[in-house]
Design a protein around this ligand. Structure first.
Ligand SMILES: NC(=O)c1ccc[n+]([C@@H]2O[C@H](COP(=O)([O-])OP(=O)(O)OC[C@H]3O[C@@H](n4cnc5c(N)ncnc54)[C@H](O)[C@@H]3O)[C@@H](O)[C@H]2O)c1
Ligand SMILES: O=CCCC(=O)O
Length: 497
């Protein structure tokens, strides 16, 4: 339970005063070439928190110049030293956890308790990759015919463009920056236009931790496409790592094809949450609360479709509704807040449209179903039962605190419903039958599966999807590979005279 007091306005101002407002280019904080700035708003009040430099194409070109110039020397820095910079960054972020948590709550809206959880999660990528930096091993072997030797090495891919979303302002940045630093790549970070402040503060931490000038360049902008478009076509750029919607990812993939740019794509999801008749229903409800209400449902991993066996659907819905009713909707800095605002009016309107459409299509509204009156973009936690197959809410990312339930009878039907989507990021399965759980792992078309678990994100695990949920993996042993390329050196027989 959150026992912290509500945050004062003085504390908010004091913390905001520590956030750099410029662009970070070649180790210096500077204004945009155009002199333009843009405002970052608090989604709970609509008030402006800070105005920051608004990068344009000229600034993006300077950022890539800096990254390209720093690449050779940075690649020569020893893996141990790169790891130690990350470890120092981990210590600094951890020491400033309260500042980072408050900043995320202010610019993104999540309750402070959840923001603290994200600081731990986001910092863990720094610690994990500080340890992985020294493990980018290659191999030496004798060729099958014995007549030559094969040396296989790993090298940094080179300057990267990293593009992050607004929903996890720290973790989505550290999940890219930490492996890139560990691998020896330089970077241009285009932070999310709605929540760039956390990246600003994090970049200051990386400088304090000793990252050399030019390795990380940060260009917040209100004009994403126009600013980063030219970089994607610049042959000095060697990698694009994007986290965001499938729609934008698809467009960036098309742009990246021009220079055959290497890409990682962490895209949208439509997670099925399957509850079998043999599940522990209380455990399934606890998992559902996490999978649905974490981050107000604004997570790519959010359970988007509750596929529940018809024999337990009423019990599950009743208990789920009772838990949802305990969630207080309030600005994330309020001590009692459990559900913060959605990110903006457009997102809230879309959530409401999906709910209205589902009810029109025959779904039963158990609770919620409307925006919260007053300032900010709050939406009531909402539960819908008997949602009809084919209803729009089952095929689109809801990105809000809304849980639609659809029922099934056989395991085959559950599999068919779960796989009936273009996405394939994560699925959740609740059952006491281990064989059934493992079978579901084999049958579900997703990159990740939560078995009797409502959150499985972990810096030590490979995060990523299949189908239109993306390409590549972040975190785990796999995460650093996205920033390395393999070079093979064929060596003549050392015994030949
Ligand atoms: N798979 C994952 O790991 C993961 C994690 C978090 C969020 N997401 C997905 O992200 C989406 C929510 O985030 P969002 O609304 O910020 O997504 P978005 O696609 O609108 O934006 C993502 C980022 O791309 C930038 N962008 C938008 N248009 C661009 C363009 N033409 N060129 C270059 N950059 C551009 C945005 O400014 C932002 O920084 C959801 O679909 C969610 O599922 C996926
Ligand atoms: O929004 C998607 C990211 C969620 C996570 O990393 O747990």
């Amino acid at each position: 339970m959150n026992t912290q007091p509500t945050v004062t306005a003085e504390r908010e101002s004091a913390m905001l005063a520590t956030v750099p407002t410029g662009l970070l280019i070649d180790g210096h904080w500077r204004p945009a070439a155009s002199g333009k700035t843009f405002d970052i708003e608090d989604p709970a009040t609509g008030k402006v928190l800070l105005s920051i430099a608004d990068a344009g194409p000229e600034d993006a070109a300077s950022a890539l110049d800096a990254a390209a110039s720093a690449q050779d020397s940075w690649a020569k820095v020893s893996p141990r030293e790169r790891g130690e910079i990350l470890r120092r960054a981990f210590e600094i972020v951890t020491a400033r956890a309260e500042d980072f948590a408050l900043l995320m709550t202010l610019e993104m809206g999540k309750p402070l308790e959840e923001a603290r959880g994200e600081v731990t999660y986001g910092a863990e990528f720094l610690r994990w990759f500080s340890e992985e930096a020294v493990r980018a091993f290659g191999r030496y072997s004798v060729s099958p015919d014995g007549k030559s030797r094969m040396l296989v090495t790993k090298k940094p891919v080179g300057p990267c463009l990293l593009i992050t979303p607004w929903n996890f302002p720290l973790a989505m940045a550290t999940r890219k920056i930490a492996p890139a630093v560990a691998a020896g790549c330089t970077m241009v970070l285009k932070s999310a236009n709605l929540t760039p402040l956390t990246s600003q503060l994090f970049a200051a931490v990386m400088v304090e931790a000793g990252l050399p000038a030019g390795v990380l360049n940060v260009i917040p902008t209100s004009t994403a496409g126009a600013t980063t478009g030219p970089l994607i076509k610049d042959s000095r750029l060697r990698k694009l790592s994007f986290t965001g919607s499938t729609e934008v990812g698809r467009r960036l993939l098309a742009d990246a094809s021009e220079t055959v740019l290497r890409t990682s794509m962490e895209l949208g999801g439509n997670a099925p949450f399957v509850v079998f008749e043999d599940a522990d229903v209380d455990a399934a409800v606890a998992g559902a609360m996490l999978a649905k209400l974490r981050n107000m449902g604004e997570a790519c991993t959010a359970a988007n479709r509750f596929i529940v066996h018809e024999s337990v659907a009423q019990e599950f819905a009743k208990k789920f509704a009772a838990k949802m009713a305990e969630m207080t909707t309030a600005r994330g800095t309020q001590a009692e807040s459990k559900v913060g605002p959605l990110i903006d009016a457009k997102s809230r309107d879309k959530v409401h449209e999906l709910v209205t459409d589902a009810v029109r299509d025959g779904a039963v509204l158990i609770m919620g179903g409307a925006p919260v009156e007053g300032p900010g973009y709050f939406y009531q936690p909402t539960l819908l039962l008997d949602v009809r197959e084919g209803t729009r809410i089952l095929s689109e990312e809801i990105f809000g605190p809304v849980a639609p339930i659809i029922t099934f009878v056989t395991e085959d039907e559950a599999v068919r419903l779960a796989n009936n989507t273009d996405y394939g990021l994560v699925a959740y399965v609740f059952t006491k039958d281990l064989n059934r759980g493992l079978r579901m792992g084999e049958r579900l078309e997703t990159g990740m599966l939560g078995l009797n678990a409502g959150v499985i994100s972990n810096a030590a695990a490979p995060f990523g999807g299949v189908k239109q949920s993306g390409l590549g993996r972040e975190g785990g042993l796999e995460g650093i590979e996205e920033y390395l390329y393999t070079q093979y050196i064929g060596i003549a027989d050392p015994y030949a005279s």
